[in-house]
Design a protein around this ligand. Sequence first.
Ligand code: GLN
Length: 261
Amino acid sequence: MVVAVEYIAKEKSADVASGAESARHGVTGILAVQGAFAEHAAMLDGLGAPWKLLRAAEDFDDSIDRVILPGGESTTQGKLLRATGLFEPIAAHIAAGKPVFGTCAGMILLARRLENDPNVYFGALDAVVRRNAYGRQLGSFAATADFGSAAGDSAVVVAPGEHVPGFAAPSSKAVSGAAADSVRNPDGHTAVGVPSADVVLKDFPLVFIRGPFVAEVGSAVTVATSVDGNVVGLRQGNILATAFHPELTDDTRIHELFLSL
Ligand code: GLN
């Protein structure tokens, strides 16, 4: 895991990174006990957002204001969450309604119940999730679908290559047209705290690796992404969960949406 080692080495500088994002937000804590945490760190680097790897309970300090739960092996991650003492601070973070983004195994850790596994971890996402839902042979594939659904005229549609309103990337090419007008302050600045339940990320590239899907969606969930009739992406307030891996693509929009929460 050469990539992971490289990111561990950079951990300290990320701690003290500054800029537009860190001024507005604190640091994103990335669970790093197992799995694809380095890819999320690379994504946040590209967006100029500070992050810190969470490997032990003491890594979860006051600077952390959002958490990423990466893909990997959920059973292993669940055991290591307990062994490291990271389970409690992350559970408290989620219970306080602060932003959390789970990809693949991370979605499994967030689910209220698993259809084919007796374990429950954080239990915060109002959904029943089926592990390895596509079978082991057919488990890895790519698709394209919208993330989020346009509930009405107020929906802000963000096309591929555009940036999520409310996210101030250093070199942002902001969304334009009527969509942008609906999220601007009277003084013309892009609003922070966009009603992002109404954000639709058009034609998002979906990469699946032995992923889960959602067998049952509860009423607390507001936004879903579906592929072939299977729900694979969820929004529930400040919780984002995807069965697919946006960190393995060069599309930054879901990470921008997460950072805008
Ligand atoms: N199948 C894995 C699990 O159940 C998740 C796969 C992934 O995160 N890519 O934990």
